[in-house]
Design a binder for this molecule. Structure first.
Ligand code: NDP
Length: 455
């Protein structure tokens, strides 16, 4: 193996969950100057599965628990503080057939001596007829993101699945729905004892054992679901306006299919407890190679192992080109700050970004600039991903457009009038006319392009 010029990376980490950020943190502190490709739409959202969870109560160091997206913000800040460089894009192609390895992301080719695969796993779907019709019109893969939307308030809701996610989501949805049905295909829950007990003790949750979802009914919005028994025969009809999927995940290994050995479910095969894969210089971390444990803490730990193994391997083959730090102690980490809600007293007609219904009313009627309105909810992980992207767009446009953030928990009426069905939803107005609407995290270039057409 040859040591090459600095245009070849020492280490590229693919994935931005606990495994990816921990690997990058360790590699950065080893002066390996790692590049972390966060992923964007393939395989879920940047930050991974914790971005769509609420309270993480079992990650050591947070005795009162921490919101999943907040934990990921912290891991990201810590990795960046030590010099991790981020590419916020999907890896389109990865070629492990020759050294240095080659990958395509963000419209460029990247060469690297070593790779850590930390691509995690993606949420499964049921694939029942009618799913596409009612997707985002009653069916959602993320109760934590969409539960607060007005259409679900005081309605009967359902969750399908019997694991920790399903139980957590069922409990969470009792905040919004009048009743929550939990649809479980077996006669027992897979969830941990503590989580299962919470569900079974909650009078607002009814568990339907040995049931599957058979059909969806409704016109514009989901109105009911037909359940089937274990013989596939029609059972109860549940009058639910919302159905939330929590039926497990599939590992994101399509990038390495045909290049590395995978098991029958698609997980990467490695020696138990070892990050090395079948190709030298390629390491795995987190859920992508872990069918069994799949916890944030085990993913983080395996990210640490992968980074140490990669460092050892690079050093052994004399391939690492380490960086010199100008300052031994880096600057303090930066964490995203919450948006302040503008009042009559502190409303600023020129502010690029402010929150709340007062600012929306004023800017909607008075601003002559393109106006973005983003609907968020406090625990919405995709909102955490999207907001910094939008702030970058506004900064790049240098005051030519403005933005208001509406928190669904505080301003449900406004969201209802605007027909918002989930978060994040982004609307673009000019002179009081709605020009465009997007649902979910979008590419920065798409939003910027749409605004520029109106300037
Ligand atoms: P799991 O794989 O643990 O559970 C998936 C559930 O969905 C199972 O009950 C499974 O049924 C059911 N299921 C799968 N396919 C279907 C289908 N086609 N139709 C109906 N039901 C189906 O996934 P989770 O996302 O719940 O959890 C993943 C990991 O994350 C776990 O390790 C969990 O402990 C962890 N987690 C921890 C949390 C916490 O600590 N706060 C919160 C959430 C997750 P069956 O049981 O029959 O296979």
């Amino acid at each position: 193996m040859v040591k090459t010029a600095a245009t070849v990376e020492n280490l590229v980490v693919i994935g931005s969950g606990p495994a990816g950020y921990t690997a990058a943190l360790y590699a950065a502190r080893a002066n390996l100057n790692p590049l972390l490709i966060t992923g964007f739409q393939r395989g879920g959202i940047p930050g991974g599965q914790l971005m769509t969870t609420t309270h993480v109560e079992n990650f050591p160091g947070f005795p009162d628990g921490i919101l999943g997206p907040d934990l990921m913000d912290r891991m990201k800040s810590q990795a960046v503080r030590w010099g991790t460089r981020l590419v916020e894009a999907d890896v389109e192609r990865l070629d492990l057939s020759q050294q240095p390895f080659q990958l395509q992301a963000d419209g460029r080719t990247i060469h690297t001596q070593s790779v850590i695969l930390a691509t995690g796993a993606s949420a499964n779907r049921l694939h029942v007829d009618g799913e596409d019709t009612f997707w985002s019109h009653g069916i959602s893969a993320c109760a934590i993101c969409d539960g607060a939307t007005p259409q679900f308030r005081n309605e009967e809701l359902a969750v399908v699945g019997g694991g920790d996610s399903a139980c957590e989501e069922a409990v969470y949805l009792t905040k919004y729905g009048s009743k929550v049905h939990l649809i479980v295909r077996r006669d027992s829950l897979r969830a941990s004892r503590a989580m299962a007990d919470r569900v079974l003790a909650n009078p607002l949750i009814e568990v339907h054992w040995k049931r599957q979802v058979g059909r969806f009914n409704g016109s514009d919005w989901l109105e009911s679901i037909q359940l089937l028994d274990t013989d596939g025969k029609a059972a109860e009809v549940l009058p639910v306006r919302g159905l939330f999927y929590a039926i497990g995940h599939t590992p994101n290994t399509s990038l390495v299919e045909g290049q590395l050995p995978l098991d029958d479910k698609g997980y990467l095969i490695t020696d138990p407890g070892q990050p090395a894969t079948a190709i030298e210089g390629v390491f795995s971390a987190g859920d992508v190679a872990d069918q069994q444990w799949r916890q944030a803490i085990t993913a983080a730990a395996s990210g640490c192992q992968a980074a140490l193994a990669a460092e050892r391997w690079l050093t052994h083959h004399d391939l690492a080109i380490t960086i010199e730090r100008e300052k031994v102690e880096p600057e303090a980490a930066e964490l995203p700050q919450p948006t302040t809600t503008a009042t009559e007293q502190d409303f600023d007609p020129e502010a690029l970004w402010q929150g709340g219904s007062y600012a929306l009313r004023r800017l909607y009627h008075e601003s002559t600039k393109p106006l973005l309105v983003i609907y968020t909810s406090p625990s919405c992980g995709p909102c955490h991903v999207f907001k910094p992207q939008l702030k970058r767009v506004l900064n790049e446009l240098d005051g030519a457009a403005q933005m208001v953030e509406i928190n669904l928990e505080e301003d449900a009426d406004i969201a209802s009038q605007a027909g918002v069905t989930g978060t994040p939803t982004l609307q673009l107005f000019k002179d009081k006319a709605l020009e465009q609407q997007w649902r979910g995290v979008q590419q920065r270039s798409a939003i910027k392009g749409a605004i520029e057409k109106l300037i």
